[in-house]
Design a protein around this ligand. Structure first.
Ligand code: PGA
Length: 256
């Protein structure tokens, strides 16, 4: 895993946008795996600015999102389809027909999982963007006894529901289930860009880089992928710096 440490949130978002811009410039018809959440927001904003001001062209890019809340239609303001339309697709000129997000309202959820899995396998991501949750989830793959391979329905952990509740106004039920691509689906990406920021991610960042590779912290599997770049801000890397500076050194020298 290649680590890039960002001094602050502005640098974090710019570095992430630089990374994506480079890949889109090299391959205009890039297949891009997307995620939602707080970590990539500044990057999407910066990419939209570069599209508007510098003509960064996304017209041939195809996108595949990792997950969607079960029960929310794409028109719901907290759905991931809505987030992406507002923050990435429209501001960057990506036509909806070039985008894929699993349906949270399919009548037959198992059929939707199989359809989405087949679609992902037929269109492996050239670049998969990922964040990591407090529980260690990637996509919405929560801690389990073994790594979930394919697209599936997941029960969200209470910690994840609590973290997501800030986006839902009082009284509105926060979804407790989601449809997510599996760990196997994610690991087939040719390249992965992992974005981690904020003090609340310091503990999981420590587990990610210094703990054992385990399905109890699903993101640790990324240590077995051969082409991962993690952009981590100073707040999120703080515990690794404090408890295991030698590990940071090993990542910096390419030993890890
Ligand atoms: P974030 O979390 O909202 O901090 O980006 C990512 C995640 O929970 O997967």
């Amino acid at each position: 895993m290649h680590l890039i440490i960002a001094a602050n949130s502005e640098t974090f978002s710019k570095l992430a946008a630089d990374f994506v811009e480079q890949r889109v410039t090299d391959r205009p018809n890039l297949c891009l795996g997307t995620v939602t959440g707080a970590s990539p927001e500044g990057m999407y904003r910066e990419l939209a600015r570069r599209h508007a001001e510098n003509g960064l062209d996304f017209s041939e890019v195809r996108t595949i999102n990792t997950d969607e809340y079960l029960g929310l239609p794409g028109t719901h303001p907290q759905s991931y389809r809505f987030y992406l339309e507002q923050k990435f697709f429209r501001p960057c000129g990506i036509p909806s027909s070039h985008t894929a997000v699993p349906s949270g309202t399919a009548e037959d959820t198992l059929k939707e999982c199989a359809r989405y899995e087949a679609f992902c396998r037929a269109h492996p991501a050239d670049l998969q963007i990922l964040g990591i949750g407090h529980t260690g989830h990637i996509g919405f793959n929560e801690p389990e006894d073994c790594f979930a391979d394919k697209t599936h329905i997941v029960d969200l952990q209470q910690e994840t529901i609590d973290a997501n509740s800030v986006y839902f106004s009082g009284g509105e039920d926060v979804p407790t289930q989601a449809i997510t691509v599996g760990i196997g689906t994610l690991m087939q990406a040719k390249e992965i860009l992992l974005l981690i920021c904020g003090a609340s991610k310091a503990e999981v960042t420590y587990k990610l880089l210094c703990g054992p590779v385990t399905p109890k912290v699903p993101g640790t599997i990324l240590r077995f992928h051969r082409n991962v770049t993690a952009i981590i801000d100073e707040e999120a890397i703080a515990l690794v710096r404090e408890r295991a500076p030698e590990v940071l050194q090993e990542y910096a020298s390419g030993e890890k």
